[in-house]
Design a protein around this ligand. Structure first.
Ligand code: URA
Length: 211
């Protein structure tokens, strides 16, 4: 079992495959989020993917299913990838934080998503770094502010800097765009359409980089 911020790095180091990494992550106790989550939701996809998508954390459906981006945000991501000419089977999809953080709804049984704290993002970072160093993607795509600020710095602004191609020690190119959940939260159909078109435009730019 992995306990404590730095202790987590030791068992991760020797893992030479994504499968071994995923197995080790099942018992991660580097922060407290495992306590209220059903399971660790690790990244999935092509082991040598040219594109790696990084979301925030698993949602309610992902927590139950044990797979990343299988709920409503994942469906929107799939549609946008398809429109941009990106095959989901050829990419790697993961999250900044591997456990679902939630609080109970005031009424009813719904589990309401809660944003992860900096300490939780930091505790989970060795897993993300290990995924990046095994997959070695050409492009890292940060979906939303949590992933972008974790990888590009706390002052990174997705609204101002989305779509920019950034060179980084992590990968030849890093791009941040919006999180698909933010498109689902658009107030009406036409703004949702518009935001989705902008999202597809960002993904099309990414697709062109790996052609
Ligand atoms: N939102 C995320 O950031 N990740 C998922 O896996 C699902 C929803």
């Amino acid at each position: 079992m992995l306990r404590g911020g730095t202790a987590v790095a030791v068992p991760i180091k020797g893992r030479s495959s994504l499968t071994a990494l995923q197995r080790a992550a099942r018992d991660c106790r580097a922060c407290d989020l495992w306590k209220n989550a059903t399971q660790t939701v690790f990244g999935e996809g092509a082991s040598k993917a040219a594109i790696m998508f990084i979301g925030e954390q698993p949602g309610d459906q992902e927590d139950l299913a044990g797979h990343p981006f299988v709920g409503p945000a994942g469906k929107l991501l799939d549609e946008a990838m398809l429109e941009a000419g990106i095959d989901r089977n050829e990419v790697y999809v993961t999250n900044t934080v591997k456990h679902f953080k939630w609080e109970p709804a005031e009424r009813g049984k719904r589990r309401i998503h809660k944003k992860p704290r900096y300490s939780e993002i930091h505790a989970c970072r060795p897993w993300l770094d290990a995924e990046i160093s095994l997959v070695k993607p050409k492009v890292l795509v940060c979906l939303g502010a949590t992933a972008a600020q974790s990888l590009l710095g706390r002052n990174f602004s997705v609204s101002r800097q989305r779509g920019e191609l950034i060179e980084s020690p992590l990968a030849p190119k890093v791009m941040a765009t919006v999180h698909p959940s933010s498109i689902l939260r658009a107030p009406d159909h036409s703004s949702r359409q518009l935001q989705k078109e902008q999202f597809v435009r960002d993904l099309t730019k990414i697709a062109a980089l790996v052609k």
